[in-house]
Write a protein that binds this ligand. Structure first.
Ligand SMILES: Cc1cc2nc3c(=O)[nH]c(=O)nc-3n(C[C@H](O)[C@H](O)[C@H](O)COP(=O)(O)O)c2cc1C
Length: 388
């Protein structure tokens, strides 16, 4: 059966993954309110199309912070991708490159920075979690520089892990440890089991381990990653980051005008408005809701990216109409990956591009850069304010 949209890939991913893995991919904080709100925010917005425009040729490409992209989307950072298929980050990076998009490698990746670079000549960015032992971050930054990663994205919304009911129920922790529930789950998903066995069992946070040094115990590191985050990180830490990273610097996880202004004041190059895909603070606002206000204040000073709930090309168009330069894709490429490996990621990125181009044409716009507030119903601020 032909899969028509991202939701079809989501359903297939649910079928093919062990429950413990799918729930980790899919779940939001607490019982998922913030995750649902992210979708509601997009769904609450309606367009204002123009007709009788010559839309024979459309151009979905954009340039963000000097970096060309085939469409205004970036394959965003997600940790523990080895839970879906072996060598997942290499696959995602190659698929992103083939689609003309950057790929952001997570600190919590299950492939090494060096191996991902060896797999592709594409545009690679590093997402950094700063841990108490700052030498880990410094080592990771140096490795990313050596591997010619181009952008550093520091995630700041995760001083501790959010409350995730499903992971508690599933007893999710690394390394995966056998329980009656897990064994039953594994028996129902033999193919997934085989894939995990092929990579030597439970996926490992190899990037962290390499930057920790060889004597580190990778398993205890994984289990305590959240407890070891640098909870003292603050705006003054930007100068420390700047000392180690001369390239473009983005702060991910901002949700207020206050913090967007702070980021601008401290001279970062860009921000990602993000609630971590609804996985961290329960009842956080949806990034798309705060986007118009943030644009009013820092739109001219910084590159503003946004993520959370992007499942359609029309969502990308809405984010751009509200002022974002591009979106980050979190779960969407992972659904493709978990459903059908590399082909699935190619398909998901292809669907989003096709939907985005169709949306542009139907809006009467020939270029992604022509999208602005006039592409939305005039009442868009009220539509967003009505969200519950
Ligand atoms: C399974 C999973 C793992 C994630 N891991 C990370 C991570 O390691 N670092 C990070 O900055 N964000 C991480 N995120 C958040 C994403 O980068 C992104 O902000 C979010 O997924 C966007 O929402 P969406 O999934 O609805 O598109 C993760 C998200 C998911 C779904």
């Amino acid at each position: 059966m032909t899969l028509a949209n991202i939701a079809d890939y989501q359903r297939l991913a649910r079928k093919r993954l062990a429950r413990i893995a799918f729930d980790y991919l899919e779940g939001g904080a607490e019982d998922g309110h913030t995750l649902r709100r992210n979708r509601h925010a997009f769904e609450s917005l309606t367009f204002q199309p123009r007709v009788m425009c010559d839309v024979t040729h459309v151009d979905s490409a954009v340039t963000v912070m000097g970096r060309p992209m085939a469409m205004p989307a970036i394959v965003g950072p997600t940790g523990l991708n080895g839970l879906y298929i072996p060598r997942a980050e290499e696959v995602l990076a190659k698929a992103a490159h083939a689609a003309g998009l950057p790929f952001v490698l997570s600190t919590a990746s299950t492939s090494l920075i060096e191996d991902v670079r060896a797999a592709t000549s594409g545009d690679l960015w590093l997402q950094l979690y700063v841990q108490q032992n700052r030498a880990i971050a410094e080592s990771m930054i140096q490795r990313a520089r050596d591997a010619e990663f181009s952008v550093l994205m520091v995630t700041v919304d995760t001083p501790v892990h959010g409350v995730r009911d499903h992971d508690v129920r599933n007893g999710f922790k690394l390394p995966l440890s056998p329980s009656a529930r897990l064994i039953a789950d594994l028996l129902l998903h033999p193919r997934w089991c085989l894939r995990m066995l092929r990579q030597g069992g439970s996926p490992q946070l190899v990037n962290l381990a390499r930057s920790l040094g060889e004597r580190a115990n990778i398993n205890s590191q994984a289990a305590t990653m959240s407890r070891q985050m640098d909870t003292a990180l603050n705006w003054e830490s930007i100068s420390w980051l700047r000392k180690h990273w001369p390239g473009p610097l983005i702060i991910k996880g901002i949700l207020s005008v206050h913090d967007a202004l702070k980021a601008a004041e401290h001279g970062v190059d860009g921000i990602v408005l993000s609630n971590h895909g609804g996985r961290q603070l329960a009842f956080a606002p949806s990034p798309i809701e705060v986007l118009p206000r943030v644009m009013d204040h820092v739109g001219q000073k910084l590159a503003v990216l946004v993520d959370g709930g992007v499942r359609r090309g029309s969502d990308i168009a809405k984010a751009l109409a509200l002022g974002a330069q591009a979106v980050l894709l979190g779960r969407a490429p992972l659904y493709g990956l978990a459903a059908s490996g590399r082909q699935g990621v190619d398909d998901v990125l292809g669907i989003l591009l096709r939907e985005f181009e169709i949306t542009l044409r139907l809006l009467g716009r020939c270029q992604a850069s022509e999208l602005d507030q006039t592409a939305l119903d005039e009442g868009y601020r009220t539509q967003l304010a009505r969200l519950v």
